[in-house]
Design a protein around this ligand. Structure first.
Ligand SMILES: [Zn+2]
Length: 206
């Protein structure tokens, strides 16, 4: 993981979507926060890395940040939740890892719209966080799960741009504009899903 881990007091888990970057920089990047990012902000795929940080005893709070769109304002919602919807409806087959870590939690329910899935995602991730903290027996850690309205934190200039992502370890660094971030120990499932969403990786292969 990047940066000085001893200073970390808070963990933020957020969706990879670049539209959250400025919001995360402004509201959470205080030099004491470690960011994990993946497709949809799911907790399940981050359990190993989160457990390691939590066991250090330095962490006082974890925030998971998921997001939605707005039909009224023509702002697209979470692409990862869109993929889940298509998967549930049999129009897409997500990779095995993403299926296990994310889609499986949505499969036995019926959703009328993507915003219902986005809302449910907040609940799923809140529960997963709660279970993790409980299993590690660290009740002092504060948990919060937020659904951010993308239209409140990002204004689209209407320009078409290429979708690109950076892959890496969880980090405390500030985010650049316009870039999707996948930051977790095991990134395979998320990277593969992102690629199927037309997001090109800028990270050089070793
Ligand atoms: Zn998203």
């Amino acid at each position: 993981m990047g940066g000085n881990m001893e200073n970390v007091r808070r963990i933020v888990i957020a969706c990879m979507d670049f539209r959250l970057n400025a919001y995360l920089n402004e509201n959470y990047n205080d030099g004491k926060t470690l960011f994990f990012r993946n497709a949809g902000g799911h907790v399940k795929g981050l359990e190993a890395g989160l457990s390691k940080m939590l066991k250090s005893g330095n962490i006082s709070s974890i925030v998971v940040i998921v997001h939605d769109g707005s039909e009224k304002r023509h702002v697209k919602g979470c692409a990862a939740m869109g993929a889940i919807k298509e998967d549930i409806e049999g129009r897409r087959e997500c990779n095995r890892e993403f299926e296990t870590e994310v889609v499986s939690f949505f499969k036995d329910r019926k959703f009328g719209s993507i915003s219902e899935i986005e809302e449910y995602n907040r609940k799923v991730q809140e529960e997963a966080l709660g279970n993790l903290v409980k299993s590690l027996n660290i009740p002092q850690v504060e948990i919060e799960a937020k659904l951010v309205h993308t239209c409140d934190v990002y204004s689209d200039d209407g320009k078409q741009r290429e979708k690109v992502m950076v892959e890496g370890e969880p980090s405390s660094e500030r985010y650049k504009d316009g870039v999707y971030y996948i930051q977790s120990g095991n990134r395979l499932g998320d990277v593969e899903l992102a690629q199927t969403l037309g997001i090109r990786s800028l990270t050089k292969k070793m």
